[in-house]
Design a protein around this ligand. Sequence first.
Ligand code: 16G
Ligand code: ZN
Length: 530
Amino acid sequence: EMDSETLKKYSALHPKPPGLTLQYGTAGFRTKAEQLDHVMFRMGLLAILRSKAVASTIGIMVTASHNPEEDNGVKLVDPLGEMLHPSWEEYATQLANAEEQELQETVTDICEKAAVNQHKDASVFIGRDTRPSSEKLSRSVIDGISVLGGQYHDYGLVTTPQLHYMVCCQNTQGQYGKATLEGYYEKLSKAFMELIKKSPGSGESQRHLKIDCANGIGALKLSEMQPYLPQELLIHLYNDGTKEKLNYLCGADFVKVHQKPPRGLDMKPNERCCSFDGDADRIVYYYKDETGHFHLIDGDKIATLISIFLKELLAKVGQTIKMAVVQTAYANGSSTRYLEETLKVPVHCVKTGVKHLHHKAQEFDVGVYFEANGHGTVLFSKAAETKIRQLAKEEKDDEKREAAKVLENMINLINQTVGDAISDMLVIEAILALKGLSVQQWDAIYTDLPNRLLKVQVTDRQVIDTTDAERRAVTPPGLQEKIDALVKKYKLSRAFVRPSGTEDVVRIYAEADTQENTDALAHEVSLAVY
Ligand code: 16G
Ligand code: ZN
């Protein structure tokens, strides 16, 4: 039962700057750290309400992912490790923006609208990234939790996907794994070892991988995990946060956006390298060839590699287990074409944002989803998972049983709750080892179309409304017709505009047959947006 005097007293310790309004956006609240203290306190309150409403443990993660070190953010994690249900995003925004004197009323209002049973027990798991502001902000979250009298467990420094994993483990009574870091490391490393045991030349050769940790949490957690990993995989950590600033000139987002290597990682020709982002839920690979040319292997190529591998195994086990790939409008046209025409896998396009991809992928027996920026994972339906585990145990045909075992270990290795750079990295390393593929061979599966991403500042980005998974603009009137006319001028071309969900800008994407044409198209479209 809430005591309004206590709420008032504690809230006064985390005062909301009058007039400040923030939105629970695509990835929760995200802005300058100094504006977030009251938001943290109030998200502590909201986590308790959500926990009571669904009678499960709820997660709360303090991070701003790939944003600059001065920023921070917070997002809630739902019972099975998914993103907060969209119906509650509105409550989050209401609570964050209520003025001090309206706070009590807003809490009561949410309880009524969302049918929160105040007498239920509540439990919250907390995690945070390595930002200087994160520790203090997570204490404000705990203040919020304490006011409403809930239980909590503070995991301290964890990657975002690790927190998602913990929440899922807790709410499935350990079926998904043990809700500890040790449990996470053991589960993943065991599956990884089982997989690479079967690779050609295993035991003889060592695989080297250079990892740019974006000066973030990934470095800490990878070094914790290192003792669990087999000797066949040697990981070398760069940008471990001991010298430089978080995400500064490094990390997955930097590498993807600038299409160049991060600072602080020296690459020899043909060495396999990858970058995590600041909270380790994204990964991109890359290498430099003998001529010094940089090659980016983004989320689309990761999805393609995983799809090829899974499709072969599913064919071997000979069951009707249907696989599909989910992408966004940012997926390179060559990847979509390869998946549909060569691999013959159905591809679906959804709106930007993890929750949209995740939701769509849940419709299939096996749903592979990746954003081009390197966030993604694979979802297996309960039925498909049960079938695979059963075949791995009981199938008489040796070849089928072995294929099912590989699939079973893939299921164990993949973090199905959310995209996870550590898990994705191990999945990729296992596939490359098992298929005996070099990074160049992987890269050569298809050739990316030249592409360009631009952003423009406009007075009001919300005047642009889109449809067809953000590929077409419905407003302002005439804009889409202009874009259509521009696209027609080039070969293999495509372009779209959409308001960003995380920044006050409009994003423009273009691709075409040559880089020159692509840049011209992107520029022309940007002029049409004004
Ligand atoms: C957020 C999303 C990411 C998306 C990006 C797009 C989550 C957890 N993260 O970082 O998936 O690609 O926003 O940003 O959903 P934009 O709307 O500014 O282009
Ligand atoms: Zn991230």
